[in-house]
Design a protein around this ligand. Structure first.
Ligand SMILES: *Cc1c(COP(=O)(O)O)cnc(C)c1O
Length: 367
């Protein structure tokens, strides 16, 4: 399907009172995750009769939505997470953005929402990055981009909405975990699951996250950083974290990661790590891996390293695993050699210091 060119013609209305530069630079000194936002947002509207219309980039501001808007009642909402990076040469780039556009539409399909043409998705992201280019931090930080779409029709019946808003906002970020790149401690939830066969586990929808919060609270109360979920049918197989995929590095140079069975989110970081690990001479095997196997392999030393990965936290080594029956450590509970190598390769490609042989990096602008 080709997109009507007028649809890509965003009306650009610069923010009349952007954050003063001194204030922005002061905020950059202490970046956390998702608390600081840029001056602008991109918004496009959809109506069942008109399709997508009125693309605009303008000052970031609250939406006015009706209290009966169906997203507020039935959670018809999806999102993406991606980052813009600033290289030492002033190039501002995105990492595999077409993959986010494609996945967004897979999520849209699962949630009975309209398709956002890939060009429209990418144009919205790029226009926002261009107008807020000075918000992309140097060095370790990046500009986290959050495209999302929600049902905005005022209607309390249960059916797909007839109106939607697609929006992109941006947030300069530092490390996702407070401890920086320290290994994380995971909690294995015995009771709560994230996704069931036939459910929405493979879609990036807000409801999946709402459903994970109680398990996350349980993890925090046990002194853990994140939850690792087991499958819903047998409570046996490792699936993923609330927002990150997992990898296990064995002593025979194989790397195991759970297969995309429909209950796991197909991470773009996951796909990139599989490619890089294979290029590094490791053998990546996508197969079911059970919690019992995990515990036994960690104890025997067969399992050398484990890590979680996703756009927000990139690659996080898993040091300790706690569960209702006890706990075990992986390797020496530090960051393993292959984990460190993959993290450096990936972040190097993203920041332009490692050759991008796979053509993953897309330049948006230069500053
Ligand atoms: C977003 C997400 C991931 C990671 O996907 P990336 O494309 O690598 O950022 C993994 N699991 C879940 C549940 C997610 O929502």
């Amino acid at each position: 399907m080709t997109t009507n060119p007028a649809l890509l013609d965003f009306q650009i209305v610069p923010n009349a009172s952007p954050m003063p530069e001194a204030e922005r630079l002061a905020a950059f000194e202490n970046l956390g995750f998702g608390t600081l936002f840029t001056d602008h947002m991109a918004v496009v509207h959809w109506h069942v009769d008109k399709g997508w219309h009125s693309p605009e980039v303008s000052a970031r501001k609250p939406f006015q939505i009706d209290p009966a808007a169906s997203v507020l009642h039935y959670a018809q909402e999806i999102f993406e997470g991606m980052k813009a990076y600033k290289g030492a040469d002033g190039r501002i780039t995105l990492f595999r953005p077409e993959e986010n556009a494609r996945r967004f539409n897979k999520s849209a399909e699962r949630m009975a929402m309209p398709d956002v043409p890939e060009e429209l998705f990418l144009k919205a992201v790029e226009e926002l990055v261009k107008i807020d280019a000075k918000w992309v931090p140097e060095g370790e930080g990046s500009l986290y981009l959050r495209p999302f779409m929600f049902a905005s029709e005022a209607f309390l019946g249960v059916r797909p909405s007839r109106e939607y808003i697609f929006c992109v906002i941006a947030s300069p970020v530092g490390p996702y975990f407070k401890g920086g790149s320290k290994p994380v401690t995971l909690w294995v939830s015995e009771h709560y699951t994230r996704a069931a066969p036939g459910g929405t586990g493979a879609a990036k929808c807000g409801g999946n996250y709402a459903a994970s919060l109680l398990a996350q609270k349980e993890a925090a109360s046990r002194g853990c950083d994140q939850v690792v979920f087991l499958d819903a049918a047998e409570h046996k197989w490792i699936e993923e974290l609330g927002g990150m995929n997992v990898f296990f590095v064995m002593d025979d140079n194989t790397v195991v990661t759970p297969p995309l069975s429909g209950t796991i989110l197909p991470g773009i970081t996951r796909a990139s790590i599989i490619k890089l690990a294979n290029e590094n001479g490791l053998k990546v095997v996508e197969r079911p891996y059970s919690f019992d196997e995990w515990m036994a392999d960690a104890r025997s030393g067969k399992l050398r390293e484990a890590f979680a990965c996703g756009t927000a936290a990139v690659v996080a080594a898993i040091g300790t695993v706690r569960h209702p029956g006890g706990e075990f450590v992986i390797g020496n509970a530090g960051t393993g050699i292959e984990t460190e190598k993959l993290r450096n390769q990936l972040t190097g490609i993203q920041r332009g210091s490692v050759a991008d042989v796979n053509g993953w990096v897309k330049e948006v602008t230069r500053v």
